[in-house]
Every structure is written in structure tokens, then in C-alpha cells.
Design a protein around this ligand. Sequence first.
Ligand SMILES: C/C(=C\C(=O)SCCNC(=O)CCNC(=O)[C@H](O)C(C)(C)COP(=O)(O)OP(=O)(O)OC[C@H]1O[C@@H](n2cnc3c(N)ncnc32)[C@H](O)[C@@H]1OP(=O)(O)O)C(=O)O
Length: 284
Amino acid sequence: MSDKLDLDHLRQWIGKTTEASDVVTKYLVMGLRATLFQEIGEPKAGDAAPWTTHWCLAQPVFPMSQLGPDGHPTRGGFLPPVPLPRRMWAGGELEFFDSLRIGDEAKRTSKIADVTVKSGSTGTLCFVSVNHEVTTSRGLAVRERQDIVYREMTSTQGAAPAKAPPPPPVAQHRESHVSDPVLLFRYSALTFNGHRIHYDRDYVTKVEGYPGLIFHGPLQASFIVEFAARLRGGKPPKKLAYRGVQPLFEGSEFSINASDKNGGMELWTANAEGQPTMKGTATW
Ligand SMILES: C/C(=C\C(=O)SCCNC(=O)CCNC(=O)[C@H](O)C(C)(C)COP(=O)(O)OP(=O)(O)OC[C@H]1O[C@@H](n2cnc3c(N)ncnc32)[C@H](O)[C@@H]1OP(=O)(O)O)C(=O)O
């Protein structure tokens, strides 16, 4: 475990809150629909936005001088100053109560819920969980827990996997697309997310040691939510718990998969080899 991690200090951030609000616009909805491979249409005031539109709203805006080396705002403001260099979106839980609609003013309240340190197969991991609630004039729209993970640099990060992966799972429902850097750029722009691992190939390969640009966790979760809702006649899951299990890299086919289970669904995104990259369990 990293000796630089002062968990007692980092846990002083638990309970810290912040609020922000934003308006759902027609062009945001069109841009997100296009990025999620949906029909763009000509949306008008009052029309429902994609279910995870809240991730595009009221994102933190900082001057360039206050960004860290990874392109995110310097840590130690709302988020604790975790001294591990590689940030990832680990997973979370989403609950949907109402759609966001064009013209809505949405208010998000956020609270640091937990900070923990674990020892993973890839080294020391520091998880920061943030609870968010998004409301409109009609009431609560989305409640979520977002888990961010910070990883250390390891000398083996570029190494080949130690053992062969299991056979890929077979899905009852499957949709596939081809990814490219434009898709990732579009999602970074829609979410005002400056994280370099999504668009700066030199940085992601030479500094963070991954083999290529990385799909955003929330983009994969958005595909999962929209796929689940489509398979259930437009109704989003009441609850989706999801976890990124390995990075999904640019430049190849990827798929969104679902199988019915216990009245709900198991859903996952998968890479070109069919191996899951994000797994979720949805209930209605
Ligand atoms: C936006 C945005 C950033 C991004 O979008 S980054 C891209 C999306 N995210 C990913 O691609 C993450 C994919 N996942 C991984 O690379 C690995 O799963 C990860 C997170 C590095 C962990 O792998 P390990 O093999 O090191 O971990 P273990 O499986 O050995 O587990 C150790 C303990 O940690 C818990 N854990 C593991 N993964 C998760 C997870 N995703 N969420 C929550 N907890 C996790 C696991 O249960 C073990 O816990 P124990 O209590 O059992 O010890 C942006 O930055 O804005």
C-alpha cells in the first residue's frame, strides 16, 4: 500500500457538499442523442432528454491554471487530494424517478459519502464515493452514487494479462457499434470533462501507461441505461448498480449486452473480443 496515503486526512472530506444548477437545452439533447447512436430528431421544449443527461449538466468549470496534469481540476477542492495519479470512474448506482426535459432547470446537490483504500490486483486503489441528487421543479429526477477510483502507477501496467480470459458471456440481446476518437471527444465535450485519458493519446500511453484512449465510464453506463430502457418499452430501470471491470479502448467494435435475470436484467458493455468492460444489474 502506498505510504503517501493519509487516509485519516482524506476522510475529512466526507460530508463535504456542493450544489450546481443548469438548464437542459435542445442542442445538448441533440448532441447526446447523436453520441449515443440515437435518432437525433428535432426535439422541442418539454421533450424528454436521454436518461443520463444529468452527467452533462453543471459540470465543474475551472480556469486552465487550476487543472492538474490529468486535465481534471486540481484535487483538494470538493474532491479530496488523493495522491495517486491515475483517476478512473469505477462505477456507481443510479435510481431514476423522472425524466429531464428540454427547458428544465436541474439542480444537483452532491456530497462526499466515503473515502476508502483497498489493495487490488493492479495495486493500491483509493475509492471516493459521491452521492448526487438531481431535482427539477417537478421534484427528484435522479439519485446516484458515483465511485471514483485513484490508482497508483505500477511497473507492470503495460504487461500482458497473466492468464487467458474466460469465454465471453453470451447475451440474449446485443447491439454493436464501432468506436473512434470522435465518439470519445464528443462525450468529453458534452460533459466538459478534460480528463486526458479520453483524447490525449500521448498522455494516456506514455504517462498513464494504457494501450490507447479509454472510453468514459459514464458513456458506457449511458449505453447500458438506454439499452435497458429500450428493451423495456422506454421505461428506465428503477435502479442500476454498475461497475467498470476493465477499460474499454478506442478504435474497435464494442457491444452493449443484456440478459433477463430474476425479473430484472444483467447488462454489460464488451470489447471486440466480447469481454465485459462494464457490468450492471438493473431492476424495475
Ligand atoms: C469519466 C472519468 C473517468 C473514466 O471514465 S475512466 C474509464 C472508465 N473506468 C474504467 O475503465 C475502470 C475499469 N476497471 C478497472 O480498470 C479495474 O476494475 C480497477 C478499477 C482498476 C480495479 O481493478 P483491480 O484488479 O485492481 O481490483 P480488484 O478486482 O482486485 O478489487 C480490489 C477491491 O476493489 C473493489 N473494486 C474493484 N473494482 C471496483 C469498482 N469498479 N467499483 C467499486 N469497487 C471496486 C473490489 O470489490 C475489491 O474490494 P474488496 O473489498 O473485495 O477488497 C473521470 O475521471 O471523470
